[in-house]
Write a protein that binds this ligand. Structure first.
Ligand code: SF4
Length: 326
């Protein structure tokens, strides 16, 4: 591993000043960054430890819940406000990683985690995300875990976060601090599709840091579910996951939110499928129709075409759970 400098930020301002310098990265839980450094995928000159900044709070606002960027995944998933108002987020968090990792990983770090494409981590292989212009090892390689939506001819990787799928479904907003002050990015627009620049995972600009997220209040707490299909029941990334949230009144769907994980370079929100559910009865038939709509534009590769069947089945099943049909 390349030698690097380490410093601990005492204030948000000093953290922002430190990361303004090229080659500097923020570290918090370190559950992904340290792996990337050990394998030589990334080699920062300097790490700025922000774990002592006061960004761990989980509180109510006038319009929802605010969660600080340094709140631990485990703390958020067990928080009483989250369990009461946004149980979908708790379910998504508990589906991710392992208890030990959730005890270290932060909300901000979870948003910043990088793809688990094996070619990205293997520095002997071509990878446009790690080394732009070198090619994509997965395109003609073992692409079983890879995208079926929104990929480009440069990269077919998927975002690995479960938490982000839940937050995309819940219309969360990312709160970002930078030299020019604070800005807010809707969660569905925080992560990017690969396009011509797969080396970029999100829309965070150089010198900016995540300080928190906000989730607006909603009527989904009673009827929401996170379903993750994976190769083993714990400590595995999603083949396909679905965050489903319904507002049901007298058996009719008044409002719906749906997002998928394991299928795209970003949490994949299913806007058309959501619209198709409004006004429909909360039945398996309605859910199957929505799942078919959700799959429009999907494209499989050599080893991941099974996702074209698995994804609509997972959407239907998640909606059935959310509606209390199973
Ligand atoms: Fe790299 Fe993306 Fe191709 Fe994986 S899919 S090898 S991350 S360019």
């Amino acid at each position: 591993m390349k030698q690097f400098q380490y410093t601990r930020a005492q204030t948000q301002q000093s953290a922002l000043e430190a990361i303004a310098k090229p080659g500097t990265k923020i570290i918090a839980g370190g559950t992904n960054l340290i792996d990337l450094m050990k394998r030589g995928v990334t080699a920062p000159d300097k790490l700025v430890d922000i774990t002592h900044l006061p960004l761990k709070n989980i509180s109510t606002t006038k319009t929802g819940i605010h969660i600080g960027a340094l709140a631990l995944n485990s703390a958020v998933s067990e928080n009483s406000l989250v369990l009461e108002k946004q149980p979908l987020l708790s379910m998504a968090l508990k589906a991710g990683a392992s208890p030990q990792l959730r005890n270290m990983a932060t909300v901000g770090g979870n948003m910043m985690q990088r793809t688990r494409c094996t070619y990205f981590y293997d520095t002997t292989m071509p990878c446009n995300k790690r080394a732009p212009g070198s090619g994509c090892g997965a395109m003609e390689g073992i692409n079983r875990m890879h995208a079926i939506f929104g990929a480009s001819d440069k990269c077919i990787a998927v975002n690995p976060s479960d938490m982000s799928v839940g937050l995309a479904a819940l219309d969360a907003v990312a709160i970002i601090a930078g030299k020019k002050g604070e800005r807010r990015i809707p969660f569905t627009e925080f992560h990017r599709l690969p396009g011509e620049h797969p080396e970029l995972d999100n829309h965070l600009a150089a010198g900016e840091m995540i300080t928190g997220i906000e989730i607006p209040d909603n009527n989904f707490a009673k009827n929401s579910y996170y379903l993750k299909v994976r190769d083993r029941q714990s400590y595995a990334f999603a083949l396909v996951s679905v965050a489903a949230a319904l507002d049901i009144s007298n058996g009719t769907i008044k409002n719906a939110r749906l997002a998928m994980g394991g299928v795209a370079h970003k949490p994949w929100r299913l806007f058309d499928a959501e619209k198709s559910l409004i006004g429909k009865p909360a039945t398996e038939e309605s859910f199957k129709q929505a799942a078919q709509i959700a799959m429009q534009g999907a494209k499989g590769y050599q080893y991941n075409s099974f996702k074209l069947k698995l994804a609509p089945a997972t959407i239907t099943e998640a909606l059935k759970h959310a509606a209390g049909l199973v």
